[in-house]
Design a binder for this molecule. Structure first.
Ligand SMILES: *[C@@H]1O[C@H](CO)[C@@H](O)[C@H](O)[C@H]1NC(C)=O
Ligand SMILES: *[C@@H]1O[C@H](CO)[C@@H](O)[C@H](O)[C@H]1NC(C)=O
Ligand SMILES: *[C@@H]1O[C@H](CO)[C@@H](O)[C@H](O)[C@H]1NC(C)=O
Ligand SMILES: *[C@@H]1O[C@H](CO)[C@@H](O)[C@H](O)[C@H]1NC(C)=O
Ligand SMILES: *[C@@H]1O[C@H](CO)[C@@H](O)[C@H](O)[C@H]1NC(C)=O
Ligand SMILES: *[C@@H]1O[C@H](CO)[C@@H](O)[C@H](O)[C@H]1NC(C)=O
Ligand SMILES: *[C@@H]1O[C@H](CO)[C@@H](O)[C@H](O)[C@H]1NC(C)=O
Ligand SMILES: *[C@@H]1O[C@H](CO)[C@@H](O)[C@H](O)[C@H]1NC(C)=O
Ligand SMILES: *[C@@H]1O[C@H](CO)[C@@H](O)[C@H](O)[C@H]1NC(C)=O
Ligand SMILES: *[C@@H]1O[C@H](CO)[C@@H](O)[C@H](O)[C@H]1NC(C)=O
Ligand SMILES: *[C@@H]1O[C@H](CO)[C@@H](O)[C@H](O)[C@H]1NC(C)=O
Ligand SMILES: *[C@@H]1O[C@H](CO)[C@@H](O)[C@H](O)[C@H]1NC(C)=O
Ligand SMILES: [Cu+2]
Length: 630
């Protein structure tokens, strides 16, 4: 702590000048302790002070204690330019340990700033501060969130945008070639705004976890969906729940001998405990408080407004970064009356695709250009869960007004693209299709990668214990590792066999097969730290091959080796009536201790994670500055 106190005051001095900029040279007294990163030419250093507090807040009209970042939820937008050095000074004024993770950031050369306790750093204790330092080698839409247990569910999250360099090639001419339009799209991208989607619970993450332990079941049932931090509890009538039940829910209800979702739109505790998990496991369903699954108490609260000013006589484009910062939900996103040109996915440009609806999973980002309606109006922005565990929806308003007009905008009368469970309302509605997405410019890396990976790892997925113990490689990731000496400082021996540590060598190509073994099983959004992954293939049944090369001989139709989607978060296919699998590939180029885990917070807490020691042969030397941190 002493070393840190000095570092912080030195940095704080220069930061105070503009509130954001820090001149690294001023902190020369600590150059021996700190990694010296150099910004790209023409770029600078962006400093952010984030103070985390634990306070009463009511984003959906119901007050509870939650985590605020600089007094707000979601946390402030971190705006960065590609090539910048980013310094984030986190002050933990909450009564618990914490860490901060920058979702999707590869951490090239700063593998100690990834924010995973037990892997890359020690916990930030209450009252302490920690400096994250990394270089913005990527561009596009990202976000940051807590990585200690389920704290993200307490509101510890915020949006981040890395503005691409001017000379980076944009894919906009695939949308329109007219000079005016291109200018308008480029201008829109420059000021793109986040639309932060999140799910909110009225119990804290620690109380929620205690309820799961006492009951012996997972409790995947939320209270509201928030858009840019605002929402309300909306209780659906029994008739609405009956009318909108989805096929997956129908299957689960039947297996549970039930006919209706609970008042909160959830699968019941009985179904979670006895259909999705082994019914013979010990459980105490009567210990679950009624407000968790069964009792819905509506609230009223204002919804978020996104204001758009339309120029008088030219076409208007607006850019948004849709961020799936969910603890659990997956669902459909749409803006009434407005098609969406998806131009980047998880921060990377793609060949633009025009769609009406996008399925947004836990952890992912979609950057969209929106041709703004020439008709002034108040258009609904909607997110409708399509997770079997819960039917729930959230809304905000897109208010479109011609500039200089101060008339009241009329409510729009357009037909929504989707209903409250994300189903299309007409047959013309187009959904984003991940299999059809193409990197822009084309991605040669994976196309040129060896057919036969250097290493194939098969990780079985099943509940290993109580229904909250989802596990990778059938083994619960041990909680105590969070507080052990970080793996980065003291790597595990290469012959470590705790079933949840994978060791790789520099420049290897790794294929990971995620095999859902039990069913019915929901999709799991799998997130890898340190590098993105390509989705090579997926299918139903058991992956009965020792490698992709072998599988390609028999089931080539299940693979895309030429243009696979590259993402930092990829969801496994649902296993509805039998097992299912997914194979991802990545290239070991970034040595460090990286987490691979399900991004559903309750599954992560339940142990659905693997630690990866990438590039053990070129293991990083961690600056003393970080090693000394206690
Ligand atoms: C990981 O950190 C080490 C330690 O400084 C660094 O040498 C290495 O370059 C980093 N990895 C990458 C791919 O930058
Ligand atoms: C714009 O022009 C380029 C180059 O001629 C062409 O490839 C592209 O398809 C055009 N885009 C549109 C939307 O017509
Ligand atoms: C549903 O009913 C069947 C037949 O009575 C029974 O075997 C099964 O255990 C029940 N399932 C649950 C989850 O109660
Ligand atoms: C189940 O939970 C209830 C309520 O918390 C408690 O009273 C009861 O003792 C528990 N039963 C068992 C078997 O633990
Ligand atoms: C937009 O409509 C909503 C109701 O759908 C209303 O609450 C909100 O005030 C309207 N916003 C404006 C600017 O008219
Ligand atoms: C805006 O409102 C003011 C006063 O309400 C009015 O005088 C003015 O003409 C309005 N401007 C426009 C462009 O409607
Ligand atoms: C939804 O789309 C499908 C496929 O195009 C179509 O068959 C179905 O009729 C549509 N639903 C409605 C309500 O129009
Ligand atoms: C999605 O795209 C893939 C690849 O182009 C195509 O094979 C598939 O039919 C598409 N799915 C839908 C629902 O359009
Ligand atoms: C907080 O972190 C410290 C240091 O790693 C650890 O000793 C302590 O057990 C942690 N507290 C909790 C509640 O996990
Ligand atoms: C590793 O997995 C094997 C096979 O499933 C199991 O027998 C063993 O107990 C596991 N080891 C640990 C440390 O969990
Ligand atoms: C997965 O578990 C098996 C034992 O069942 C073990 O042999 C293997 O090494 C484990 N994989 C990893 C990545 O830990
Ligand atoms: C990975 O496999 C390729 C092709 O089989 C081989 O050329 C390469 O040397 C291997 N790389 C490592 C790091 O083992
Ligand atoms: Cu999961």
């Amino acid at each position: 702590m002493t070393v840190f106190a000095r570092v912080f005051s030195a940095l704080a001095l220069c930061r105070a000048v503009t509130g954001v900029s820090v001149d690294v040279s001023v902190s020369s007294t600590i150059t021996d302790k700190l990694a010296i990163l150099k910004p790209d030419s023409g770029c600078g250093v962006k400093g952010f002070d984030l103070t985390l507090t634990w306070e009463d807040h009511a984003p959906d009209g119901h007050a509870r204690k939650m985590a605020l970042i600089n007094g707000q939820f979601p946390g402030p937008l971190m705006e960065i330019d590609e090539g910048d050095i980013v310094e984030v000074l986190v002050h933990n004024a909450m009564p618990f340990n914490t860490t901060l993770h920058f979702h999707g950031i590869e951490m090239e050369g700063t593998n100690w700033s990834d924010g995973v306790p037990g892997l890359t750093q020690r916990q930030i204790l209450p009252g302490n501060s920690f400096l994250y330092q990394w270089k913005a080698t990527q561009y596009g839409s990202y976000w940051y969130h807590a990585h200690e247990r389920g704290q993200m569910d307490d509101g510890l999250l915020g949006p981040m945008i890395i503005r691409p360099k001017a000379n980076r090639e944009r894919p906009f001419s695939k949308i329109a070639n007219n000079t005016e339009q291109l200018k308008a799209m480029l201008a829109a991208e420059k000021i793109s705004r986040p639309i932060v989607l999140s799910d909110f619970r009225h119990v804290t993450s620690t109380d929620g976890w205690a309820i799961e332990l006492a009951a012996g079941i997972e409790t995947p049932c939320y209270d509201s969906v928030l858009i840019n931090g605002k929402g309300r509890v909306d209780c659906w009538s029994a008739a609405k729940r009956k009318a909108l039940v989805t096929p997956a829910q129908q299957t689960m209800l039947k297996l549970g001998n039930e006919t209706l979702l609970t008042a909160k739109g959830c699968l019941s505790a009985n179904i979670i405990g006895n259909v999705l998990a082994d019914p013979s496991l010990p459980k105490n369903l009567s210990s679950v408080p009624p407000g968790i699954f069964d009792v819905c108490t509506p609230t009223s609260h204002e919804l978020a407004t996104v204001e758009v000013t339309r120029p008088k006589s030219s076409d208007a484009w607006e850019a948004f970064d849709i961020i799936g910062s969910f603890g659990l939900l997956t669902g459909m996103f749409a803006i009434d009356g407005h098609p969406l040109w998806v131009y980047a996915v998880d921060g990377s440009y793609i060949e633009p695709m025009q769609v009406d609806v996008i399925e947004v999973t836990n952890g992912v980002r979609y950057s969209v250009l929106v041709p703004i309606s020439p008709v002034d109006g108040n258009y609904t922005i909607r997110f409708a869960s399509d997770a079997a565990a819960q039917s729930i929806a959230g809304f905000a308003n897109l208010v479109v007004r011609e500039c200089d007009s101060n008339t009241t905008v009329p409510a729009s009368v357009v037909t929504p693209f989707i209903n409250d469970v994300g189903t299309n309302t007409t047959s013309e509605v187009v959904y984003f299709n991940q299999s059809a997405m193409r990197a822009f410019p084309p991605d040669e890396d994976v196309r040129n990668s060896p057919r036969a990976a250097n290493r194939t790892v098969i990780l079985g997925i099943r509940v290993a214990g109580a229904s909250y113990n989802w596990a990778l490689n059938n083994t619960i990731y041990p909680m105590h590792l969070d507080n052990d000496t970080p793996l980065l400082f003291q790597p595990a021996p290469t012959d470590e066999n705790n079933n949840v540590t994978l060791t790789t060598y520099m420049d290897e190509w790794i294929d990971i097969v995620f095999q859902a073994l039990s069913f019915p099983m929901p999709p799991h959004p799998i997130h890898k730290h340190g590098s993105k992954m390509w989705l090579l293939g997926s299918g139903q049944g058991i992956f009965n091959y020792s490698s992709v090369a072998e599988a390609l001989e028999e089931i080539p139709e299940s693979f895309n080796m030429e243009t696979p989607p590259k993402r930092d978060t990829l969801a496994t296919p649902p296993a509805t009536t039998g097992p299912a699998w997914m194979v991802v590939r990545y290239h070991v180029t970034n040595p460090g201790a990286w987490f691979l885990h399900c991004h559903i917070q309750s599954h992560l807490m339940g142990g659905m994670a693997v630690a990866i020691q990438d590039g053990i042969d070129q293991w990083p030397k961690v600056p003393l500055y970080y090693q000394d941190y206690v």
